[in-house]
Design a protein around this ligand. Structure first.
Ligand code: ZN
Length: 219
């Protein structure tokens, strides 16, 4: 069980399921040679994938490359089912950053065979989460800048304006398939620049001037 932090306090409920979207940024879909889907590619990480980004990251060994996917993460404060985009925005408690850690070689093998992705995406610790700040900070969901440096090198730089499914529409779409509950986390997709993590890597993640979080990959 993992409890997220909102404005410096433990959130009222532990993290539930983690709802994710694949290919929400065209430039990232292109870098993996994936066509743009005609329907949102949704998948779920289990609650045990959630962990504290500030603690040394334990990544699987001997399963090929582990890629970082930097994403804006949303901590949900209300239930949603068949929500309109307006209702959806009102249910967001906090905004932060997450890493959708992906065993890229494992995923490639599963994709090739048409098999589910959980082994590559939903292993324990596959979703390190930053602390969250109140969603009340956000005046425009289409204008959020975020970045990831690895060992001092800029790897990923995102702007929410480039989301194919912007936050409100994404939540509305997800809630038409899955009931969203308080404590659930939404991962909003990764911009281009994904790449492998190695033991000892030093990471720095930023979201606007609200968050600047450092982390390292366990040696
Ligand atoms: Zn992702």
């Amino acid at each position: 069980m993992f409890t997220a932090e909102l404005d410096g306090q433990p959130f009222t409920t532990t993290v539930g399921k983690i709802l994710c979207i694949g290919r929400n940024y065209a430039a990232h879909a292109a870098e993996l040679n994936n066509p743009l889907p005609d329907q949102a590619v949704l998948f779920i990480k289990a609650a045990d994938a959630a962990c504290d980004l500030r603690q040394p990251l334990q990544i699987p060994k001997d399963q090929g490359s582990v890629h970082h996917e930097l994403e804006i993460a949303l901590l949900m404060g209300k239930s949603l089912k068949h929500a309109t985009p307006e209702e959806a925005l009102d249910a967001i408690a906090g905004v932060g950053l997450g890493l959708d850690l992906t065993l890229r070689d494992v995923q490639a093998g599963l994709k090739q065979k048409g098999l589910p992705w959980e082994r590559a995406k939903s292993f324990d610790g596959a979703c390190p989460l930053s602390p969250f700040v109140s969603a009340a900070n956000v005046s425009d969901w289409h204008n959020l800048h975020f970045s990831l440096t690895r060992n001092g090198q800029l790897q990923q730089q995102g702007h929410s304006a480039n989301m194919l499914y912007p936050v409100a529409q994404l939540l509305s779409e997800m809630s038409s398939v899955f009931t969203i509950n308080p404590g659930d986390v939404i991962m909003t997709g990764t911009p281009e620049g994904v790449g492998p993590l190695l033991p000892g890597d030093q990471l720095c993640l930023t979201l606007e001037d609200w968050l600047s979080v450092t982390s390292e990959v366990s040696a």
